[in-house]
Write a protein that binds this ligand. Structure first.
Ligand code: NAP
Length: 285
């Protein structure tokens, strides 16, 4: 029997409708959730991502500010821009769209964002909070994956989860979140000698590599939950994930499609984080 699809579009819509309701309530308290997105340069993919984020904010009733800067912007001027947004009471979340031009140190910019407004969850203080189980913003993509597991009512306690990829924005925080929910976690990467050995034992597999067909049907235990974070292009230029979807869906119990899976959930969790930040502001002002 083919796997059940976990529909990221439908789940996102459901959550975003809830957020729009909460936004109305916050507005009644005098606080409109505000997200500022800084885009430096004119990278095509970044422009699409940023447009989608701004659109999602508007649909949820948020105040959104798009700060567009030329690729020639100096590091000092970008720092000044982040600092002025840190001080702006109408802004509850700040996001610097990556990648940045080579002359700008991305980590330095992330660290310049006030941790209270770090809705991407990339600041070391957010990473440390996740690591130690303290409250803080969780990175949106792995958080979206967790929401999908929650949505299907999946209990991770005692399950074996295999994460493929160990980036700071997806793989590592994903592993931490799964661990927090009492899964036994294996974190694989490019130096893992026998990936299939690990994935075949997994009850849950999260693929976050950025290479087509990293996960094929022979690598999946029947009934496993497969979450595909990858965003790649196939031979025809069509968006696809890391998972050999058509073959793996015949083996897995649940699977996320690409497109329409993790992608929309990422923006949804960005809205969720901004809303949390705005709620904190509403209760402290
Ligand atoms: P990344 O920083 O390039 O990290 C990729 C990871 O995959 C690295 O840890 C790398 O290992 C590992 N890897 C590479 N080849 C491998 C192999 N053959 N077997 C096992 N592991 C391998 O990428 P990322 O930022 O985490 O993103 C991963 C993918 O998710 C990309 O396609 C990206 O576009 C997509 N993504 C999607 C969303 C979304 O919203 N849907 C959000 C973020 C990212 P090493 O550490 O050893 O190099």
């Amino acid at each position: 029997m083919a796997a059940q699809l976990i529909d990221g579009v439908a789940l996102s819509q459901q959550l975003r409708d809830q957020f729009a309701q909460e936004t109305l309530a916050l507005k009644a308290m005098g606080v409109t959730p505000g997200l500022a997105v800084i885009l430096v340069g004119d990278d095509q993919a970044s422009q699409v991502y940023v447009r989608n984020k701004v659109k999602a904010c508007e649909q949820a009733g948020f105040h959104s500010v798009l700060v567009r800067q030329p690729a020639s912007l100096s590091e000092a001027d970008l720092l000044a821009c982040v600092q002025s947004l840190n001080l702006d009471p109408t802004i509850h979340g700040i996001l610097v769209q990556l990648p940045l031009p080579k002359h700008i140190d991305a980590q330095k910019m992330i660290e310049a964002i006030s941790p209270e407004k770090d809705v991407d969850g990339f600041h070391v203080s957010s990473a440390g909070a996740l690591m130690t189980g303290l409250p803080g913003f969780w990175p949106c993509t792995p958080h979206g994956c967790m929401k999908m597991l929650e949505h299907i009512g999946y209990n991770l306690r005692g399950k074996h989860a295999v994460v493929i990829g160990r980036s700071n924005i997806v793989g590592k925080p994903m592993a931490m979140m799964l661990l927090q929910q009492n899964a036994t976690v294996t974190l694989c990467h490019s130096a893992t000698p026998d990936l299939k050995h690990h994935t075949l034992q997994a009850d849950v597999i999260v693929a976050a590599v950025g290479k087509r067909h990293v996960l094929t049907a022979d690598m999946v235990k029947p009934g496993a939950v497969v979450i595909d974070v990858g965003m790649n292009r196939d031979g025809q230029g069509k968006l696809c994930g890391d998972v050999d979807f058509e073959a793996v869906r015949l083996v897995a119990g649940h699977i996320t499609p690409v497109p329409g899976g993790v992608g929309p959930m990422t923006i949804t969790m960005l809205l969720a984080n901004t809303l949390i930040s705005a709620r904190c502001a509403a209760h402290t002002h």
